[in-house]
Design a protein around this ligand. Structure first.
Ligand code: SF4
Length: 92
C-alpha cells in the first residue's frame, strides 16, 4: 500500500529505484536521497508511516536497518505491510 501524505512529498517524480534499490546497488544515492528527505514537508508523516509499517527501502532519510533500531528504542511493534488486494478483500 502506498501511503498518501497530507503534505506533498519532495520525492514525487524521482525514480523510485533510488529509494528501493536492488541488493547489488544498496543505497548508492544515499546522500542525494538524504538531502531530498531533509527538505521534505512530508518527512514527519513519512517517518511515522515507515516506523508503523515494516516497509523496505529508504523512507524519511532512514534505511530499513536504522528504522529497525528506532523501533526497538521506541518500543514500536512494526506492522506487516498489507498488499492493496488484501485491503480490498477486507473492505478497507
Ligand atoms: S521524507 Fe519520505 S516522502 Fe519525503 S522525500 Fe523522503 S521518502 Fe519521500
Amino acid at each position: 500500500m502506498i501511503p498518501v501524505f497530507k503534505n506533498r512529498p519532495a520525492c514525487e517524480g524521482i525514480d523510485t529505484d533510488y529509494f528501493f534499490p536492488d541488493e547489488n546497488q544498496k543505497y548508492e544515492h544515499k546522500e542525494y536521497l538524504t538531502r531530498i528527505c531533509n527538505g521534505c514537508p512530508a518527512k514527519r508523516e513519512c517517518l511515522d508511516y515507515a516506523l508503523e509499517y515494516m516497509v523496505d527501502g529508504f523512507w524519511a532519510g532512514t534505511t530499513s536497518y536504522y528504522r529497525h533500531r528506532l523501533r526497538r528504542q521506541r518500543g514500536i511493534q512494526g506492522k506487516p505491510v498489507m498488499p492493496e488486494w488484501e485491503l480490498h478483500k477486507r473492505g478497507a
